[in-house]
Design a protein around this ligand. Structure first.
Ligand code: PEP
Ligand code: MN
Length: 348
């Protein structure tokens, strides 16, 4: 159940309604909007009449949410969540571009690519230090050393950093090194990890499991939100495809407008994993932005033939530069400009 207060309601009135909610044995989650409060009422609300709350004169509306996801529902924050990452915001009228290598492979490789993506206009740096690989014999990531390199690249370029946590141990290690924690497709339903993510307040980018339905994905987000962390981004990264001859996955563009109608959580589109092939990345990045993506995450490598993971889908820095120009043009058409570096301050 969601209660929306009238525009001029006060802190005292909010306290009055939360007291009532708690007296009924329920939990109140409050989101302070521009001018009003939105209160999600959690717990066994089936037998509670909406009139219990609508009788308050400062309540504008009471709506039952029939979906299993409550805090992730658009009804619990109709203005849309705005997720702050250092000096930038994801989920407002700008489109944020994150870019960088699939894996941190060395200091030199990461610094080179970080400088290149920054020069082309990216405003967040990506790079994996812990890699979820299908084979135990493949490169598993540089671990802590990789995090140190990412931090160095972040300090030099001023770009905030996103990197993947695969388990609790890695998550703890990452807290001082990264600005957004990525939860990969393979861990989307690692419920014990999701519960831990609810206890921190760092932004989390939750990737869609490769065969996950939209509702399963939103329920995973709900775990993080219910734990108390409101800083959740969803990332569409492609779903399993039957035609593996021409693409690695199918980027589910439908999911973007569908999510926009269901949830307030900002949506990141990953055309790199969504396609698996370099030649498909730019068209799908443009399509993802046109479909309503709040951000894009793109893999870039200056020597893709030497990359330790995902070389075939990495854009060369020159390709990325061309794509950035196209995205800027798309932003003009859509009236949702690509966030420019000048709006973020240098960290160092
Ligand atoms: C990645 O971002 O490099 C990655 C492994 O992503 P996913 O979990 O989407 O496969
Ligand atoms: Mn990758």
């Amino acid at each position: 159940m969601v209660i929306v207060s009238k525009k001029s309601s006060t802190v005292e009135q909010l306290a009055e309604i939360t007291h009532k909610i708690e007296k009924l044995g329920l939990i109140a989650h409050v989101v302070k909007g521009h001018q009003q409060y939105t209160i999600s009422v959690l717990g066994k609300t089936e037998k509670i009449q909406t009139s219990e709350f609508s009788m308050f004169p400062f309540v504008e509306n009471v709506v039952r949410i029939s979906k299993p996801f409550k805090l992730a529902s658009i009804l619990s924050n109709p203005d849309g969540s705005k997720i702050k990452v250092k000096n930038l915001v994801i989920g407002n009228s700008h489109v944020v571009v994150m870019a960088g290598p699939c894996s941190v492979e060395s200091e030199d490789q990461t610094m080179r690519i970080a400088r290149a993506v920054k020069a082309a206009g990216a405003t967040v740096l990506r790079g994996g230090a812990f890699k979820p690989r299908s084979s135990p014999y493949s490169f598993q990531g540089m671990g802590l050393k990789g995090l140190e390199i990412l931090k160095m690249a972040s300090e030099e370029t001023g770009l905030p950093v996103i990197s993947e946590a695969m388990d609790l141990e890695g998550l703890k290690m990452m807290m001082d090194y990264v600005d957004i924690i990525q939860i990969g497709a393979r861990n989307m339903q690692n419920f014990s990890l999701l519960k831990e993510l609810g206890k921190i307040d760092k932004p989390i980018m939750l990737k869609r499991g490769m065969s996950a339905t939209i509702e399963e994905w939103l329920m995973s987000a709900e775990y993080i939100l219910a734990g108390g962390n409101r800083n959740v981004l969803l990332c569409e990264r492609g779903i399993r495809t039957f035609d593996t001859q021409y693409s690695r996955n199918t980027l589910d563009l439908n999911a973007i407008p569908i999510l926009k109608s269901l949830t307030h959580l900002p949506i990141v589109v990953d055309p790199s994993h969504g396609t698996g092939y370099r030649n498909l990345v730019a068209p799908m990045a443009l399509a993802g932005m046109a479909a309503g993506g709040d951000a894009l995450i793109i893999e870039v490598h200056d020597k893709p033939e030497e990359a330790l993971s995902d070389g075939p889908q990495a854009l060369l820095p020159t390709d990325f530069e061309v794509l950035m120009k196209q995205l800027v043009g798309m932003g003009d058409v859509l009236n949702r400009p690509v966030l420019k570096e000048s709006t973020t301050k240098k960290a160092a």
